[in-house]
Design a protein around this ligand. Sequence first.
Ligand code: C2E
Ligand code: CA
Ligand code: CA
Length: 278
Amino acid sequence: DAGRNRYAYFTPALQRAAQNRMRLGNDLRDALAAENLQVVYQPIVDLRRGRVCKAEALVRWHHPERGPVSPAEFIPIAESSGLILEIGEWVFRQAVRDVQRWRAEIDEQFQVSVNKSPVQFHSESGMHTRWLRQVVEAGLPGDAVSLEITEGLLLEGGDGASQQLMALRRAGFSVALDDFGTGYSSLSYLQHYEIDCLKIDRAFVHELEPGSKALALCRAIITMAHELGMSVVAEGVETAHQRDLLASIGCDLGQGFFFARPMPAQALEALLRQQRGE
Ligand code: C2E
Ligand code: CA
Ligand code: CA
């Protein structure tokens, strides 16, 4: 797991870790069958107007014995076992159902974003038609849903993934590039793919101070994104200071614990109604 060209001895500790992964994978399958997973939503705030205009769907798993298990731990397990396909479909269904209700009852512009694993693009070419059908059947335009992808998907390029991505984009889905600035960042992706939104990784946001390199990088990313017709979300905003710095350099949207933690659908709904003045 450590990557290419690295040696590791197979120790009892490694064996325990492998067994743990296998057990978690099995438990996750049960959890999905028993509908023991939950989708929570983290508000995304328009920094100019100070209003929640989007939310990111994030999956949660409460393990019967271990308590909450982080998606950072179980998503990779689900990806290697293929279970991510079913989990991804399940999260997508919930998100479409929720955004349909919120647009009908509270805010007709509201958008929900859903994380898509690269595995979901590789499995079968018909995936995007099914996602599109669900959205159309819910009477929603494609841009009610934004798909969050990572640079890893674009890095592989070449195969069906990029074609599926283009088809989704043509169908009106909006596409956000997640964790931008970390990993494999290459500007050629921005030249060759149609992307609607960049999400600046929280590694930059955490370091924001007047005169910092992080601030210069964020400013340059925002200028570039705007020149290319993309909007920008800053992830991991934890303080008013960070929010103010981001607003001062023209960042469009913010997401982070400063605004709100991920919350159940009902709590987000209450927040949206309150914001509308009900
Ligand atoms: P991500 O897509 O980058 O999601 C943002 C993560 O940052 C979430 O962690 C969120 O709770 C956390 N976060 C938000 N604001 C702050 C902040 O101000 N400070 C800090 N320190 N963290 C903040 P979470 O929910 O634990 O998810 C972790 C990762 O798991 C996600 O990272 C995403 O890659 C993956 N994931 C979660 N749900 C799904 C899903 O439904 N499908 C797929 N494929 N991946 C998912
Ligand atoms: Ca994300
Ligand atoms: Ca992210």
